[in-house]
Write a protein that binds this ligand. Structure first.
Ligand code: HOZ
Length: 429
Protein backbone atom coordinates (compact mmCIF):
# COMPACT_ATOMS: atom_id res chain seq x y z
CA UNK A 1 0.00 0.00 0.00
CA UNK A 2 1.49 3.33 -1.11
CA UNK A 3 2.10 5.86 1.63
CA UNK A 4 2.03 9.62 1.18
CA UNK A 5 3.60 10.64 4.47
CA UNK A 6 6.30 12.85 3.05
CA UNK A 7 3.87 14.54 0.62
CA UNK A 8 1.59 15.28 3.57
CA UNK A 9 4.43 16.73 5.64
CA UNK A 10 5.55 18.98 2.79
CA UNK A 11 1.98 20.07 2.05
CA UNK A 12 1.44 20.93 5.74
CA UNK A 13 4.54 23.16 5.65
CA UNK A 14 3.42 24.64 2.34
CA UNK A 15 0.04 25.60 3.80
CA UNK A 16 1.81 27.70 6.44
CA UNK A 17 3.69 29.59 3.75
CA UNK A 18 1.54 29.81 0.60
CA UNK A 19 -2.23 30.34 0.16
CA UNK A 20 -3.76 26.85 0.21
CA UNK A 21 -0.21 25.47 0.09
CA UNK A 22 -0.04 25.94 -3.69
CA UNK A 23 0.87 28.42 -6.39
CA UNK A 24 -2.13 27.65 -8.58
CA UNK A 25 -5.50 26.68 -7.05
CA UNK A 26 -6.38 23.46 -8.85
CA UNK A 27 -3.16 21.82 -7.57
CA UNK A 28 -4.63 21.71 -4.04
CA UNK A 29 -6.90 18.72 -4.94
CA UNK A 30 -9.91 20.55 -3.42
CA UNK A 31 -12.15 19.25 -6.19
CA UNK A 32 -11.18 15.61 -5.77
CA UNK A 33 -10.50 15.31 -2.06
CA UNK A 34 -7.42 14.06 -0.26
CA UNK A 35 -4.06 15.72 0.10
CA UNK A 36 -2.14 16.66 -3.03
CA UNK A 37 0.87 14.53 -3.86
CA UNK A 38 4.10 16.50 -3.95
CA UNK A 39 6.11 15.76 -7.07
CA UNK A 40 9.82 14.95 -6.77
CA UNK A 41 10.75 14.31 -10.41
CA UNK A 42 9.57 13.11 -13.79
CA UNK A 43 11.00 11.10 -16.69
CA UNK A 44 9.20 10.39 -19.94
CA UNK A 45 5.54 9.67 -19.22
CA UNK A 46 6.23 8.93 -15.54
CA UNK A 47 6.22 10.98 -12.36
CA UNK A 48 7.51 10.14 -8.89
CA UNK A 49 6.22 11.77 -5.75
CA UNK A 50 8.13 12.73 -2.61
CA UNK A 51 7.43 9.28 -1.11
CA UNK A 52 8.83 7.50 -4.16
CA UNK A 53 5.42 6.43 -5.58
CA UNK A 54 5.41 6.16 -9.38
CA UNK A 55 2.61 7.40 -11.66
CA UNK A 56 1.75 7.38 -15.35
CA UNK A 57 1.22 11.09 -15.93
CA UNK A 58 -1.68 12.52 -17.95
CA UNK A 59 -1.36 16.09 -16.66
CA UNK A 60 1.92 16.80 -18.49
CA UNK A 61 2.28 20.08 -16.58
CA UNK A 62 -1.21 20.97 -17.94
CA UNK A 63 -0.18 20.48 -21.55
CA UNK A 64 3.32 21.77 -22.32
CA UNK A 65 5.14 18.44 -21.99
CA UNK A 66 4.21 16.89 -25.31
CA UNK A 67 7.64 15.23 -25.41
CA UNK A 68 7.28 13.93 -21.85
CA UNK A 69 9.32 14.87 -18.79
CA UNK A 70 13.04 15.64 -19.02
CA UNK A 71 13.36 14.73 -22.70
CA UNK A 72 17.12 14.32 -23.36
CA UNK A 73 17.08 16.82 -26.26
CA UNK A 74 15.40 19.45 -24.09
CA UNK A 75 17.68 18.79 -21.11
CA UNK A 76 20.78 19.04 -23.27
CA UNK A 77 19.76 22.29 -24.94
CA UNK A 78 18.83 23.79 -21.54
CA UNK A 79 22.17 22.84 -20.04
CA UNK A 80 23.97 24.55 -22.91
CA UNK A 81 21.70 27.61 -22.78
CA UNK A 82 22.21 27.98 -19.00
CA UNK A 83 25.95 28.03 -19.47
CA UNK A 84 25.61 30.96 -21.88
CA UNK A 85 23.52 33.02 -19.44
CA UNK A 86 19.90 32.68 -18.37
CA UNK A 87 18.52 36.11 -19.26
CA UNK A 88 19.71 39.30 -20.89
CA UNK A 89 16.69 41.54 -21.25
CA UNK A 90 17.89 42.10 -24.81
CA UNK A 91 17.32 40.45 -28.17
CA UNK A 92 18.94 37.06 -28.78
CA UNK A 93 19.09 35.02 -31.97
CA UNK A 94 17.06 32.16 -30.47
CA UNK A 95 14.02 34.44 -30.19
CA UNK A 96 14.22 35.14 -33.89
CA UNK A 97 14.53 31.43 -34.63
CA UNK A 98 11.47 30.48 -32.55
CA UNK A 99 9.53 33.41 -34.05
CA UNK A 100 10.37 32.05 -37.52
CA UNK A 101 9.13 28.58 -36.59
CA UNK A 102 5.90 29.93 -35.10
CA UNK A 103 5.20 32.18 -38.11
CA UNK A 104 5.92 29.29 -40.49
CA UNK A 105 3.63 26.84 -38.69
CA UNK A 106 0.64 28.85 -37.45
CA UNK A 107 -1.43 30.04 -40.42
CA UNK A 108 -2.70 33.29 -38.85
CA UNK A 109 0.63 34.51 -37.48
CA UNK A 110 2.63 36.96 -39.58
CA UNK A 111 4.19 38.75 -36.58
CA UNK A 112 4.58 37.42 -33.05
CA UNK A 113 5.43 38.84 -29.62
CA UNK A 114 6.73 36.49 -26.90
CA UNK A 115 5.58 36.97 -23.32
CA UNK A 116 5.84 34.83 -20.18
CA UNK A 117 2.44 33.18 -19.79
CA UNK A 118 -0.84 32.50 -21.55
CA UNK A 119 -2.50 35.05 -19.26
CA UNK A 120 -0.20 37.78 -20.56
CA UNK A 121 -0.78 36.66 -24.13
CA UNK A 122 -4.59 36.90 -24.00
CA UNK A 123 -4.56 40.12 -21.98
CA UNK A 124 -2.22 41.74 -24.50
CA UNK A 125 -4.10 40.43 -27.54
CA UNK A 126 -7.28 42.06 -26.23
CA UNK A 127 -5.48 45.36 -25.75
CA UNK A 128 -4.26 45.22 -29.33
CA UNK A 129 -7.74 44.36 -30.62
CA UNK A 130 -9.25 47.28 -28.74
CA UNK A 131 -6.64 49.67 -30.06
CA UNK A 132 -6.98 48.38 -33.61
CA UNK A 133 -10.77 48.58 -33.75
CA UNK A 134 -11.24 51.61 -31.48
CA UNK A 135 -13.92 49.60 -29.65
CA UNK A 136 -14.09 48.52 -26.00
CA UNK A 137 -16.27 45.45 -25.67
CA UNK A 138 -15.12 41.86 -25.94
CA UNK A 139 -17.14 38.69 -26.28
CA UNK A 140 -16.08 35.46 -24.62
CA UNK A 141 -17.74 32.10 -24.06
CA UNK A 142 -18.96 30.77 -20.73
CA UNK A 143 -16.57 28.08 -19.49
CA UNK A 144 -13.69 29.15 -21.72
CA UNK A 145 -10.65 30.07 -19.65
CA UNK A 146 -8.17 32.62 -20.96
CA UNK A 147 -5.97 33.12 -17.91
CA UNK A 148 -6.62 35.29 -14.90
CA UNK A 149 -6.58 38.88 -16.13
CA UNK A 150 -9.48 40.96 -14.79
CA UNK A 151 -11.55 41.31 -17.96
CA UNK A 152 -11.45 37.59 -18.68
CA UNK A 153 -12.54 36.25 -15.30
CA UNK A 154 -16.20 36.28 -16.24
CA UNK A 155 -17.80 32.82 -16.10
CA UNK A 156 -14.37 31.33 -16.71
CA UNK A 157 -13.52 27.64 -16.73
CA UNK A 158 -10.54 25.80 -15.21
CA UNK A 159 -9.97 26.61 -11.51
CA UNK A 160 -12.92 29.02 -11.41
CA UNK A 161 -15.22 26.21 -12.57
CA UNK A 162 -13.49 23.70 -10.32
CA UNK A 163 -13.96 25.82 -7.22
CA UNK A 164 -17.54 26.63 -8.25
CA UNK A 165 -16.87 30.38 -8.19
CA UNK A 166 -19.14 32.59 -10.30
CA UNK A 167 -16.26 35.01 -10.96
CA UNK A 168 -13.32 36.29 -8.95
CA UNK A 169 -13.45 38.62 -5.96
CA UNK A 170 -11.29 41.70 -6.40
CA UNK A 171 -12.35 42.41 -9.97
CA UNK A 172 -14.20 45.74 -10.13
CA UNK A 173 -17.53 45.43 -11.94
CA UNK A 174 -16.38 48.23 -14.23
CA UNK A 175 -13.61 45.93 -15.53
CA UNK A 176 -15.99 43.19 -16.64
CA UNK A 177 -18.75 45.54 -17.79
CA UNK A 178 -17.11 45.46 -21.19
CA UNK A 179 -17.02 41.64 -21.23
CA UNK A 180 -19.99 40.03 -22.96
CA UNK A 181 -20.81 36.35 -22.64
CA UNK A 182 -22.44 33.66 -24.74
CA UNK A 183 -22.76 29.88 -24.40
CA UNK A 184 -20.24 27.94 -26.52
CA UNK A 185 -21.69 26.29 -29.65
CA UNK A 186 -24.74 28.61 -29.53
CA UNK A 187 -24.97 30.53 -32.81
CA UNK A 188 -28.24 32.27 -31.96
CA UNK A 189 -26.77 33.67 -28.72
CA UNK A 190 -23.71 35.00 -30.57
CA UNK A 191 -25.93 36.62 -33.22
CA UNK A 192 -27.99 38.21 -30.48
CA UNK A 193 -24.95 39.67 -28.67
CA UNK A 194 -23.62 41.19 -31.91
CA UNK A 195 -27.04 42.59 -32.72
CA UNK A 196 -27.50 44.13 -29.28
CA UNK A 197 -23.98 45.63 -29.18
CA UNK A 198 -23.56 46.47 -32.84
CA UNK A 199 -20.42 48.44 -33.64
CA UNK A 200 -18.97 48.20 -30.11
CA UNK A 201 -17.35 44.76 -29.97
CA UNK A 202 -13.59 44.83 -30.49
CA UNK A 203 -13.00 41.10 -30.44
CA UNK A 204 -14.43 37.68 -29.90
CA UNK A 205 -11.98 35.47 -28.00
CA UNK A 206 -12.43 31.71 -27.95
CA UNK A 207 -10.60 28.49 -27.17
CA UNK A 208 -11.36 26.86 -30.55
CA UNK A 209 -11.50 23.53 -28.73
CA UNK A 210 -12.32 24.43 -25.13
CA UNK A 211 -10.28 22.34 -22.70
CA UNK A 212 -10.91 24.24 -19.49
CA UNK A 213 -14.48 23.04 -18.86
CA UNK A 214 -13.26 19.57 -19.61
CA UNK A 215 -12.75 18.93 -23.31
CA UNK A 216 -15.74 20.24 -25.29
CA UNK A 217 -15.75 19.94 -29.06
CA UNK A 218 -16.93 22.68 -31.43
CA UNK A 219 -19.98 21.60 -33.41
CA UNK A 220 -19.41 21.30 -37.18
CA UNK A 221 -19.27 24.76 -38.74
CA UNK A 222 -19.28 26.66 -35.42
CA UNK A 223 -15.74 28.05 -35.78
CA UNK A 224 -16.40 29.10 -39.39
CA UNK A 225 -19.58 30.80 -38.16
CA UNK A 226 -17.47 32.76 -35.64
CA UNK A 227 -15.07 33.72 -38.44
CA UNK A 228 -17.92 34.93 -40.64
CA UNK A 229 -19.80 36.91 -38.03
CA UNK A 230 -16.70 38.68 -36.66
CA UNK A 231 -15.64 39.62 -40.20
CA UNK A 232 -19.14 40.89 -40.96
CA UNK A 233 -19.32 42.93 -37.73
CA UNK A 234 -15.80 44.41 -37.96
CA UNK A 235 -14.62 42.63 -34.79
CA UNK A 236 -11.37 40.67 -34.56
CA UNK A 237 -11.44 36.92 -34.02
CA UNK A 238 -8.90 35.76 -31.42
CA UNK A 239 -8.12 32.08 -31.02
CA UNK A 240 -6.71 31.20 -27.63
CA UNK A 241 -4.53 28.28 -28.67
CA UNK A 242 -2.48 28.17 -25.49
CA UNK A 243 -3.54 24.53 -25.14
CA UNK A 244 -4.30 23.50 -28.75
CA UNK A 245 -1.31 25.23 -30.39
CA UNK A 246 1.19 22.55 -31.52
CA UNK A 247 -1.00 20.02 -29.65
CA UNK A 248 -3.67 19.24 -32.27
CA UNK A 249 -1.31 19.96 -35.15
CA UNK A 250 1.75 22.17 -35.62
CA UNK A 251 -0.64 24.79 -36.96
CA UNK A 252 -3.01 24.32 -34.04
CA UNK A 253 -6.80 24.12 -34.17
CA UNK A 254 -6.90 26.79 -36.88
CA UNK A 255 -4.98 24.49 -39.20
CA UNK A 256 -6.96 21.44 -38.06
CA UNK A 257 -10.32 23.11 -38.77
CA UNK A 258 -9.19 25.43 -41.57
CA UNK A 259 -10.49 28.56 -39.87
CA UNK A 260 -8.01 31.43 -39.66
CA UNK A 261 -8.41 34.01 -36.87
CA UNK A 262 -6.98 37.55 -36.85
CA UNK A 263 -4.95 36.99 -33.69
CA UNK A 264 -3.71 33.86 -31.95
CA UNK A 265 -2.52 33.33 -28.38
CA UNK A 266 0.02 30.61 -27.65
CA UNK A 267 1.87 29.27 -24.61
CA UNK A 268 2.65 25.89 -23.04
CA UNK A 269 4.23 23.70 -25.80
CA UNK A 270 6.11 26.58 -27.48
CA UNK A 271 8.19 26.92 -24.29
CA UNK A 272 9.03 23.20 -24.07
CA UNK A 273 8.05 23.16 -20.37
CA UNK A 274 9.47 26.55 -19.42
CA UNK A 275 7.34 29.64 -18.72
CA UNK A 276 6.26 31.22 -22.00
CA UNK A 277 3.40 32.83 -23.87
CA UNK A 278 3.01 34.51 -27.25
CA UNK A 279 0.46 36.44 -29.23
CA UNK A 280 0.56 37.11 -32.92
CA UNK A 281 -1.43 37.57 -36.06
CA UNK A 282 -1.97 39.78 -39.05
CA UNK A 283 0.87 42.15 -39.75
CA UNK A 284 -1.40 45.22 -39.84
CA UNK A 285 -2.89 44.33 -36.45
CA UNK A 286 0.43 43.42 -34.79
CA UNK A 287 2.04 46.63 -36.02
CA UNK A 288 -0.07 48.33 -33.32
CA UNK A 289 2.32 46.89 -30.70
CA UNK A 290 5.07 49.15 -29.31
CA UNK A 291 7.61 50.11 -30.49
CA UNK A 292 6.00 49.73 -33.95
CA UNK A 293 2.75 51.25 -32.70
CA UNK A 294 0.97 52.81 -29.72
CA UNK A 295 -0.06 49.68 -27.72
CA UNK A 296 2.30 49.31 -24.79
CA UNK A 297 3.33 45.85 -23.63
CA UNK A 298 6.72 44.82 -22.22
CA UNK A 299 8.46 42.19 -20.07
CA UNK A 300 11.86 41.71 -18.41
CA UNK A 301 11.95 37.97 -19.09
CA UNK A 302 10.00 38.01 -22.36
CA UNK A 303 11.69 35.93 -25.04
CA UNK A 304 13.82 34.32 -22.33
CA UNK A 305 16.68 32.37 -23.97
CA UNK A 306 16.11 29.22 -21.91
CA UNK A 307 12.41 29.11 -22.83
CA UNK A 308 13.17 29.89 -26.48
CA UNK A 309 15.79 27.12 -26.65
CA UNK A 310 13.45 24.55 -25.10
CA UNK A 311 10.67 25.69 -27.44
CA UNK A 312 12.83 25.38 -30.56
CA UNK A 313 13.96 21.84 -29.79
CA UNK A 314 10.37 20.81 -28.93
CA UNK A 315 8.95 22.24 -32.16
CA UNK A 316 11.73 20.52 -34.13
CA UNK A 317 10.77 17.15 -32.66
CA UNK A 318 7.12 17.84 -33.49
CA UNK A 319 8.03 18.47 -37.13
CA UNK A 320 9.01 14.79 -37.54
CA UNK A 321 6.83 12.74 -39.85
CA UNK A 322 3.85 11.02 -38.33
CA UNK A 323 4.09 12.67 -34.90
CA UNK A 324 0.50 13.90 -34.82
CA UNK A 325 -0.83 10.74 -36.45
CA UNK A 326 0.80 8.79 -33.62
CA UNK A 327 -0.62 11.09 -30.93
CA UNK A 328 -4.10 10.94 -32.50
CA UNK A 329 -3.95 7.14 -32.59
CA UNK A 330 -2.96 6.96 -28.92
CA UNK A 331 -5.77 9.36 -27.99
CA UNK A 332 -8.36 7.35 -29.90
CA UNK A 333 -7.11 4.05 -28.46
CA UNK A 334 -7.18 5.30 -24.87
CA UNK A 335 -10.62 6.89 -25.24
CA UNK A 336 -11.97 3.59 -26.64
CA UNK A 337 -10.36 1.51 -23.91
CA UNK A 338 -11.68 3.82 -21.17
CA UNK A 339 -15.18 3.65 -22.69
CA UNK A 340 -14.99 -0.16 -22.63
CA UNK A 341 -13.74 -0.11 -19.04
CA UNK A 342 -16.55 2.22 -17.95
CA UNK A 343 -19.16 0.09 -19.71
CA UNK A 344 -17.83 -3.08 -18.08
CA UNK A 345 -18.01 -1.40 -14.67
CA UNK A 346 -21.46 0.07 -15.33
CA UNK A 347 -20.17 3.62 -14.82
CA UNK A 348 -22.17 6.26 -16.72
CA UNK A 349 -19.39 8.26 -18.37
CA UNK A 350 -18.95 10.09 -21.64
CA UNK A 351 -15.47 10.52 -23.02
CA UNK A 352 -14.63 13.46 -25.23
CA UNK A 353 -11.41 13.14 -27.22
CA UNK A 354 -9.61 15.01 -29.92
CA UNK A 355 -6.05 14.06 -30.85
CA UNK A 356 -4.03 13.63 -27.68
CA UNK A 357 -6.53 15.46 -25.42
CA UNK A 358 -9.41 13.79 -23.61
CA UNK A 359 -11.80 14.18 -20.70
CA UNK A 360 -13.74 11.51 -18.86
CA UNK A 361 -17.03 13.21 -17.99
CA UNK A 362 -19.20 11.59 -15.37
CA UNK A 363 -22.26 12.52 -17.39
CA UNK A 364 -24.72 10.77 -19.69
CA UNK A 365 -23.88 12.75 -22.81
CA UNK A 366 -21.02 14.80 -24.24
CA UNK A 367 -21.33 18.42 -23.11
CA UNK A 368 -21.73 21.10 -25.76
CA UNK A 369 -21.25 24.07 -23.46
CA UNK A 370 -20.53 25.15 -19.90
CA UNK A 371 -24.05 24.53 -18.59
CA UNK A 372 -24.00 20.92 -19.78
CA UNK A 373 -20.40 20.37 -18.63
CA UNK A 374 -21.41 21.56 -15.16
CA UNK A 375 -24.00 18.79 -14.96
CA UNK A 376 -21.20 16.21 -14.65
CA UNK A 377 -21.03 14.38 -11.33
CA UNK A 378 -17.89 15.87 -9.76
CA UNK A 379 -18.17 13.69 -6.63
CA UNK A 380 -17.89 10.59 -8.77
CA UNK A 381 -15.02 12.10 -10.71
CA UNK A 382 -13.27 12.65 -7.36
CA UNK A 383 -13.76 9.00 -6.37
CA UNK A 384 -12.48 7.84 -9.76
CA UNK A 385 -9.50 10.19 -9.54
CA UNK A 386 -8.53 8.90 -6.09
CA UNK A 387 -8.82 5.27 -7.17
CA UNK A 388 -6.68 5.96 -10.25
CA UNK A 389 -4.08 7.79 -8.16
CA UNK A 390 -3.94 4.82 -5.81
CA UNK A 391 -3.36 2.60 -8.86
CA UNK A 392 -0.47 4.78 -10.07
CA UNK A 393 -2.21 6.95 -12.66
CA UNK A 394 -1.95 10.73 -12.26
CA UNK A 395 -4.98 12.50 -13.77
CA UNK A 396 -6.07 16.15 -13.70
CA UNK A 397 -7.31 16.75 -10.15
CA UNK A 398 -10.55 18.30 -11.43
CA UNK A 399 -13.41 17.29 -13.72
CA UNK A 400 -13.15 20.52 -15.73
CA UNK A 401 -9.70 19.93 -17.25
CA UNK A 402 -8.24 17.74 -20.00
CA UNK A 403 -5.89 14.75 -19.92
CA UNK A 404 -2.85 15.00 -22.19
CA UNK A 405 -0.96 12.18 -23.90
CA UNK A 406 2.68 12.76 -24.79
CA UNK A 407 5.08 11.23 -27.27
CA UNK A 408 6.69 9.49 -24.29
CA UNK A 409 3.58 7.42 -23.56
CA UNK A 410 3.93 3.83 -24.72
CA UNK A 411 1.16 1.41 -25.63
CA UNK A 412 1.98 -0.41 -22.40
CA UNK A 413 1.26 2.77 -20.40
CA UNK A 414 -2.11 3.14 -22.07
CA UNK A 415 -2.96 -0.52 -21.44
CA UNK A 416 -2.00 -0.24 -17.77
CA UNK A 417 -4.16 2.89 -17.53
CA UNK A 418 -7.17 1.13 -19.07
CA UNK A 419 -6.68 -1.82 -16.73
CA UNK A 420 -6.51 0.46 -13.67
CA UNK A 421 -9.59 2.32 -14.91
CA UNK A 422 -11.77 -0.82 -14.78
CA UNK A 423 -11.42 -1.15 -11.00
CA UNK A 424 -11.47 2.63 -10.51
CA UNK A 425 -14.75 3.00 -12.42
CA UNK A 426 -16.24 0.29 -10.20
CA UNK A 427 -14.93 2.15 -7.13
CA UNK A 428 -16.46 5.41 -8.37
CA UNK A 429 -20.04 4.14 -8.11
N1 HOZ B 1 -5.19 26.72 -15.16
C1 HOZ B 1 -4.42 25.54 -15.34
C2 HOZ B 1 -5.24 24.42 -15.87
N2 HOZ B 1 -6.08 24.73 -16.97
C3 HOZ B 1 -3.80 25.09 -14.05
C4 HOZ B 1 -2.39 25.43 -14.00
C5 HOZ B 1 -1.63 24.84 -12.81
O1 HOZ B 1 -2.21 24.64 -11.76
O2 HOZ B 1 -0.46 24.59 -12.95
Amino acid sequence: MATHERSQQIHTRAQQLMPGGVNSPVRAFKAVGGDPVVIAYGKGARLWDADGNEYIDYVASWGPLILGHAHPAVVSVLQKAAERGTSFGATTEVEVELARMVCDCVPSIERVRFVNSGTEATMSALRVARAFTGRDKILKFEGCYHGHSDALLAKAGSGIATLGLPDSAGVPAAFTNETLLAPFNDRAAVEEVFEKHAGTIAALIVEPVPANMGLVLPQPGFLQFLRDITAREGALLIFDEVITGFRLAAGGAQFYYGVIPDLTCLGKIIGGGLPVGAYGGREDVMSMVAPSGPVYQAGTLSGNPMAMAAGIVTLRMLANDGVYRGLDAMGAWLAGALRDAARAAGAPVTITQLGSMLTVFFAGEAPADYASAKRADTERYGRWFRAMLGAGVYLPPAQFEAMFISLAHMQEDLERTAEAAKAAFAASR
